[in-house]
Design a protein. Structure first.
Ligand SMILES: NC(=O)c1ccc[n+]([C@@H]2O[C@H](COP(=O)([O-])OP(=O)(O)OC[C@H]3O[C@@H](n4cnc5c(N)ncnc54)[C@H](O)[C@@H]3O)[C@@H](O)[C@H]2O)c1
Length: 309
């Protein structure tokens, strides 16, 4: 089976590439290296440096004829989406439509789409939110991610496209960019290892649902054969506050420090966690990595990275 992974040089995409290669699949990576890194790309994958917005993407589909497309390329910065909606729409909506059009034209058997659960449901009254919760994003990023979900269902009806949507909670783990705007686990770990004082936006009571990269990879592998034309929350259902995750990491690293505080940033919700009962029932997927284990593994990874650099 040949799998084309967009965003395969990024945090989540590169782990998915590794998992497919480990299982003996043929993998093609498409990435423009805007936030991803060449060093993340598995040496056994074929790599094309190109934007998903580029019309020349069709030549790669022509040449490679992938069976499956796993679409992870996106601009992921919520704040940037608020500051520059046209950039966000170009990368996340038009880029995705270019991928979707090519899937239809080249008879791709299935498209797996990385959506968001954290930025889709808005301010939920009683978390965890299930897939039937109202879609009320509070950022342009959430809106663009959902727009693509709508197009997927339209293309399924118009052209018989087969897809699975995975709505992730806050994903964390090795290779997450610690210099990005998203990914607080990686950011805090890097800052604490560098003896910097991390900043919590707000008073520390905002809550998020943290899901391990390894659980996310598993959901992608299962989706190769399951979950036809459905959307699934991929989270733990557990809310962890900003202060709790900070304390968790501080304890794991073994330092004593208090965070700085700054005003909450626009486009962020106060509380979110995801109910993944549907994924458990229909995909047989459930989270396996406990937060303490996952954070410990991520700390070890960043310690090794720091030692090497
Ligand atoms: N990290 C999370 O917590 C999270 C949560 C929900 C959804 N997601 C989704 O998962 C996907 C991957 O996120 P990530 O955390 O790995 O981010 P990332 O920034 O590490 O990965 C994104 C990758 O896409 C590439 N890319 C960006 N724009 C591109 C373009 N126009 N053409 C080609 N490549 C492009 C980047 O270079 C990068 O390698 C995204 O679609 C994101 O919306 C992530």
């Amino acid at each position: 089976m040949k799998i084309l992974v967009t965003g395969g040089a990024g945090f989540i995409g590169s782990h998915i590439v590794d998992a497919h290669i480990k299982k003996g699949e043929e993998v093609v990576v498409v990435d423009n290296i805007s936030t991803g890194f060449r060093k993340n790309i598995n040496s056994k994958a074929k790599f094309y440096e190109i934007s998903v917005t580029d019309k020349a993407l069709s030549k790669i589909f022509d040449k490679e004829k992938p069976d499956i497309v796993n679409h992870h390329a996106a601009q992921i910065d919520v704040r940037k989406s608020v500051q520059d909606v046209f950039f966000d729409v170009k990368q996340n909506v038009l880029g995705s439509l270019n991928v979707i059009e090519n899937c239809v034209k080249h008879d791709v058997k299935k498209l797996i789409y990385a959506s968001t659960g954290g930025a889709l449901y808005g301010e939920v009254k009683n978390p965890p939110a299930d897939e039937n919760s109202p879609i009320l994003p509070v950022s342009n990023y959430g809106a663009s991610k959902y727009a693509v979900e709508v197009y997927l269902s339209v293309y399924a009806k118009l052209y018989g496209l087969n897809y699975t949507i995975l709505r992730y909670a806050n994903v964390y783990g090795p290779r997450q960019n610690p210099f990005g705007e998203a990914g607080v686990v990686a950011i805090f770990i890097r800052q604490l290892l560098a003896n910097e004082q991390p900043t919590i936006f707000g008073d520390g009571s905002k809550t998020r649902d943290y899901i391990s990269i390894f659980d996310v990879v598993e959901a992608n592998v299962i989706s190769l054969t399951k979950g036809e034309n459905e959307a699934y929350n991929i989270g733990t259902g557990i809310e962890t506050s900003d202060k709790e995750i900070f304390d968790f990491i501080v304890k794991e690293i073994g330092v004593e420090i208090e965070p700085k505080h700054a005003p909450v940033r626009p486009g962020e919700v106060n509380h979110i966690s995801l109910d993944s009962a549907k994924a458990k029932m229909e995909l047989g997927w459930e989270p396996k990595v406990f937060l303490d284990e996952g954070v410990a593994e991520t700390v070890t990874y960043f310690k090794n990275v720091c030692n090497k650099s």
